[in-house]
Design a protein around this ligand. Sequence first.
Ligand SMILES: Nc1ncnc2c1ncn2[C@@H]1O[C@H](COP(=O)(O)OP(=O)(O)OP(=O)(O)O)[C@@H](O)[C@H]1O
Length: 302
Amino acid sequence: MIELKNIGVQFSGRDILKDVSVMFNPGEIIGLVAPNGTGKSTLMNVIMNYINPNNGKVILNHELEYTNKKNEVKIHQLVSMMPDQSDLYNQISGKEHLKIYSSMWNSNRKLIESTIKELGMKSYIKKNTGTYSLGMRQRLCFAMQIVSDTQVMLMDEVMNGLDPTHVELISQILVKKKSEGKTVIVASHLLENLEKYADRIFFMKNGELILVNAVSPGFDEREITTVRVTDLTDKIKEKFSKEFPERNVRTLSNGVTLIDVREYDSGRLGKVVEFLKENQIKEFSIGKEALTDLYSMYYQER
Ligand SMILES: Nc1ncnc2c1ncn2[C@@H]1O[C@H](COP(=O)(O)OP(=O)(O)OP(=O)(O)O)[C@@H](O)[C@H]1O
């Protein structure tokens, strides 16, 4: 378990993190979402003690803090940050990288072979990383962190440069890590993907963390709050507002129109669906807002 207590970071007098207090638990995947330059990496760097916060502290397992070098070594045995592609050595093989990480964290050597297999890296793992493509390098960075096998794993843009098959594969591995009790903290711009596996998602805005979506546990798939329409023209929208004047209809910058049906009974909801069908609107779903809608609301609404 990792706790951030009243963390404040200022750069050039600007608040990047403002009194952030939050707890990340074992067996959960945390998603961090924000536009470029908001503070996701800063937060991770604070957790790693690569940046000294102006205020506050990081506490691991209720007791360990970055108060001295000895504690830092202890914490870094338990908390790791996924390496960056620029950390790779071009003149040695992927497998050598994995061996180095396994030794540094003194983890189970068996993890090396199983991770290579799991990530489909067998055909190239013995070649020098200088010959790797972007996606191959990214998979290696991910594999290095998996091999280190720490209790808390921080991943900044883990899906960078990966094709959809590998995005899916890595998502599945993240879920597996979670089931092993790891705390996985992922900063990502792939919202649809993140939404599938993250337990809690935080948006960062004005130095604060805002919990936007508790996907599970307790997330009720059946809860209907919104009809989400992707092909609503202005004309039909106007007509809709006349027929359903009491309703809150909003069109977001991503082009999606959300109709708030929170207080509708099934009869009234049926009428909304009927209206859409009668007006040849085909692209709609009934349920909740998607993460990309929430993102539009928080960051892009004019
Ligand atoms: N060492 C530093 N000194 C001064 N300003 C910094 C420093 N590190 C980061 N910043 C600033 O803090 C802000 C947040 O940066 P950060 O790298 O945390 O953003 P991010 O959300 O991770 O962005 P991205 O999605 O682009 O990775 C930016 O405006 C950046 O310029």
